[in-house]
Design a protein around this ligand. Structure first.
Ligand SMILES: *[C@@H]1O[C@H](CO)[C@@H](O)[C@H](O)[C@H]1NC(C)=O
Ligand SMILES: *[C@@H]1O[C@H](CO)[C@@H](O)[C@H](O)[C@H]1NC(C)=O
Length: 432
C-alpha cells in the first residue's frame, strides 16, 4: 500500500512539474524482443502490421465498449470476463478494440492518483437504486472482484484474459467525457471542444499507454475515435476543424504514446467521423496549411503508424460504389503501386456494423464489406460485441440490436450470420 502510494505521488509530482516523465524512463527498460506471444514489439512495413518475428498481423475482431458512464467494459453484470473472451475466441476472432474515456484518467488525477472503485462507479452512473443491484450482479458473475476493485483493475483483468487466450488488445480512446458516442454537438467532437480539453487528452493518452504497458496482449492504441465537426462551437469549427490542426494534434498524441510505450502500433483516425484519410497517404497539403505528411515528423515512430477508418453506409445498394468510396477514402493507402499513394500504410476498418438479424447480413452493405476486406486482406473490428450496455444515452440496460451477442451476452444473436458471414470473414482475413 505504502509502496503504491509512493509510486503514485511520484507520478503526480512529475506531472505537476510539467514534465510527465513516464515511470518507464526511470525503471529498467522492458526487453525489446519477446520470445512469446504476441511477439512484440510490433511495427509497420509498407501496408502490413508485423510482429518482431516478421509475421504479418491482421486483426479480425469486435469492439468492446468501456467508455460509457460506468467506465468499465460492458456486459460484466451478465457474464464473466473469461466467458466473453472465450466466445470471441470460439469463432476465431483474434482481437478486440477496447474503448475507454479520458474522464476516467481525469478523475484519477483529481483523486490523488487513486482510481474509483467499480462499486462507486456503478452508483454514480446508475443511481443508488440500480447501481448496487447491477454491482451485485457484476460480483456474482465475476467473483474474483470485490469492494476494492477499481475500474482499471477490470480493464487489467480483461487484458489478462485476452493474453491467456491470445487475443490482441487494441486500446481506443473513444470519448473525453464518458458517454455514448458520437454526435457533432456532444462537446467531444474536436480538439478544444467543450469537453475535449487537449492537455487532458494528451495526459490521458500518456497515462493509459503507461498503464497498459504491463498488458501482454496490448499491441496497439488509437489517438481518438471519430473526430468530427464541432457544430456547437462555431468559432472552433471555423478556426480549427481542418487537416492542418489535425496534423498538429495527431503528432502530439503519437509522440506521447510512443514515449510511454515504444512497442505498440498507433492508429490515426480521420475527419468526418473517421471516414477519410486521403491527405495522409496521398501526401497532399494539410489544408489550410501547406505542410504535408512526412515520416520525419514522427521521429523514431513513423514505422508504428496505422490508419483506421469507419464505414456505416448501411443503405448501400451498389457494391462497386461502396468499394470505390472505401478505396478512395482509406484503403488506397495499402496500395503503394497506385501512382497517387505517396506513403503506404496498413488500414484497419475499426468500425462497421449492422442489425444482427438473420437477413441483414445478406444485404449489399454487409456482403460488400466482407468481400472487400477479404480482397484487401485488411483488418477490422465490427460494432459491436455485446448485446446491451449498462447505460446508453440515459437508458439503463440498453438493448443493442447490432450486438453479435444477445442481450445477456450469452449466445449469438444471429447464428446464421455467425456461421454464414462472420466465420468466413474471419477465415478470409485473420492473421496471427
Ligand atoms: C479484490 O480484488 C482485487 C482485484 O480487483 C484483488 O487484487 C484483491 O486481491 C481482492 N481482494 C480480496 C480480499 O480478495
Ligand atoms: C484543460 O484542463 C486543464 C487542467 O487539466 C486546465 O488547467 C486548462 O485550463 C484546461 N484548458 C482549457 C482550454 O480549458
Amino acid at each position: 500500500m505504502l509502496r503504491s502510494m509512493l509510486g503514485s505521488s511520484l507520478v503526480h509530482l512529475l506531472a505537476l512539474s510539467g514534465a510527465l516523465l513516464a515511470p518507464s524512463s526511470w525503471a529498467s527498460p522492458t526487453p525489446r524482443q519477446s520470445a512469446s506471444w504476441p511477439y512484440g514489439p510490433f511495427q509497420v512495413s509498407g501496408a502490413e502490421m508485423k510482429n518482431s518475428r516478421g509475421d504479418s498481423i491482421v486483426y479480425a475482431g469486435a469492439n468492446w465498449p468501456g467508455h460509457g458512464e460506468v467506465m468499465i467494459p460492458d456486459g460484466l453484470q451478465y457474464q464473466s470476463i473469461a466467458t466473453i473472451v472465450s466466445k470471441i475466441k470460439s469463432i476465431g476472432m483474434n482481437a478486440i478494440r477496447l474503448t475507454y474515456a479520458i474522464q476516467m484518467v481525469d478523475q484519477i488525477y483529481a483523486n490523488g492518483m487513486k482510481d474509483t472503485t467499480v462499486q462507486a462507479s456503478f452508483n454514480a452512473a446508475l443511481g443508488s437504486t440500480n447501481g448496487p443491484k447491477v454491482y451485485a450482479q457484476f460480483l456474482a458473475k465475476n467473483p474474483s472482484f470485490n469492494s476494492s476493485t477499481t475500474r482499471l483493475d477490470v480493464f487489467n483483468a480483461v487484458a489478462a484474459e485476452c493474453a491467456k487466450q491470445q487475443i490482441h488488445v487494441h486500446l481506443d480512446n473513444h470519448m473525453s467525457r464518458a458517454a455514448w458516442c458520437c454526435s457533432t454537438t456532444d462537446g467531444n467532437s474536436w480538439f478544444g471542444d467543450r469537453d475535449y480539453n487537449v492537455s487532458n487528452w494528451l495526459r490521458g493518452l500518456s497515462y493509459m499507454a503507461e498503464h497498459a504497458k504491463s498488458w501482454t496482449a496490448l499491441t496497439s492504441m488509437s489517438l481518438r475515435n471519430e473526430l468530427r465537426s464541432p457544430d456547437s462551437n462555431a468559432a472552433l469549427k471555423a478556426q480549427s476543424y481542418n487537416w492542418r490542426d489535425w496534423y498538429t494534434f495527431v503528432r502530439q498524441g503519437t509522440s506521447r504514446i510512443h514515449a510511454a510505450n515504444p512497442d505498440i502500433l498507433i492508429f490515426l483516425s480521420g475527419l468526418d467521423f473517421d471516414t477519410w484519410m486521403t491527405p495522409v497517404f496521398q501526401g497532399t497539403a494539410m489544408t489550410p496549411g501547406t505542410g504535408k505528411f512526412s515520416a520525419a515528423d514522427f521521429p523514431g515512430h513513423a514505422d508504428k503508424l496505422v490508419l483506421e477508418i469507419h464505414n456505416y453506409d448501411n443503405g448501400a445498394t451498389n457494391c462497386a460504389s461502396l468499394q470505390s468510396t472505401l478505396y478512395r477514402n482509406g484503403f488506397q493507402a495499402m496500395h503503394a503501386d497506385d501512382a497517387k499513394t505517396v506513403t503506404a500504410f496498413p488500414v484497419v476498418l475499426s468500425e462497421f456494423g449492422f442489425a444482427q438479424t438473420d437477413s441483414e447480413w445478406r444485404r449489399v452493405y454487409a456482403t460488400c464489406i466482407a468481400s472487400y476486406l477479404a480482397q484487401q486482406k485488411a483488418g477490422w473490428f465490427i460494432w459491436v460485441l455485446g448485446g446491451s450496455y449498462y447505460i446508453r444515452s440515459g437508458t439503463q440496460d440498453y438493448e443493442e440490436s447490432w450486438g453479435l451477442l444477445s442481450h445477456d451476452w450469452s449466445a449469438w444473436r444471429s447464428q446464421s450470420y455467425v456461421d454464414g458471414g462472420l466465420r468466413p470473414l474471419i477465415q478470409n482475413t485473420a492473421k496471427n
